[in-house]
Design a protein around this ligand. Structure first.
Ligand SMILES: [Zn+2]
Length: 131
């Protein structure tokens, strides 16, 4: 069942080493030898594959996740009027309190904006008008 998956991971280990190592580290917390890795539960191997695929899509995407995240924060600001003081606000999604450079605060904290931006960029091809 996992032969194809194992071959794919081995190919990425050789050709996309940075993405491979980041994905393995994020998924299982260390970078074992490849033979040790293949003894991991199939669900972890699938998660590693998914993680590498996401990293490759994000690397090739025409959109910058950090810029999209900033745009999301600016797009959710209450109004264009605000004081110039540093203020704190609560994120409407997660409730986390964060600082912002004006009284015109966004509805999203930087973490939620980044997570949403990442999801948007991962499906960026669906955002363009039909040719
Ligand atoms: Zn948040």
């Amino acid at each position: 069942m996992t032969d194809y998956l194992t071959k794919q991971l081995l190919t990425w280990k050789r050709t996309k080493r940075k993405e491979y190592e980041e994905a393995v580290l994020e998924t299982i917390g260390s970078i074992p030898t490849f033979n040790q890795l293949t003894t991991e539960h199939a669900n972890k191997l699938y998660r590693i594959r998914e993680c590498i695929e996401e990293k490759l899509i994000l690397a090739d995407a025409p959109l910058d996740v950090n810029k999209v995240a900033k745009a999301l924060q600016h797009a959710t600001q209450a109004s264009s009027i605000g004081t110039c003081d540093m203020v704190t606000f609560s994120c409407s999604f997660c409730g986390k309190t964060e600082s912002w450079g004006s009284g015109n605060t966004p509805k999203l904290c930087s973490t939620c904006a980044h997570e949403t931006a990442t999801k948007l960029v991962l499906c960026h091809e669906q955002l363009f008008k039909e040719a």
